[in-house]
Ligand binder design. Sequence first.
Ligand code: ZN
Length: 160
Amino acid sequence: MDISANKVVSFDYTLRNDEGEIIDTSDGAEPLLYLHGHGNIVPGLEKGMIGKKVGDHFSVEVSAEEGYGEYKEELKQTVSRAAFEGVDKIEPGMQFNAQSDIGPMTVMVTEVTEDKVTVDGNHPLAGKNLNFVVEVTDVREATAEEIEHGHVHGPGGHQH
Ligand code: ZN
């Protein structure tokens, strides 16, 4: 069965950056499941899966644009530490939910000085090329309910 719209796909993957460092991998964990054609995974990877079958082992190079998007400088802001009133300790790497012009977003603290905090609302992988090595482990037809919901149900998917 070839991967196409409304197939449920299970795959193992390793994701590296352009420096060859492993950013993420399913090695040692369960394969990732997604419903093809519903934007469940980044667009460049979804495109690379089309027509593949169980047992296929291949690389997919995804540009930042077709991955988590370009890095947007305007999503990085330096604010007064007073904005974090009630938070005892602020350290780089901490995440907060913030209100923005485009709605709620998750921001990560990237720098802390005595009176200023720099937060970044970009996805940690924004602006980065993504180099995947993928092995397809299962392909099945989605159920009508999965297609209606736009995601996978059962083990490895949504439980509801
Ligand atoms: Zn559902």
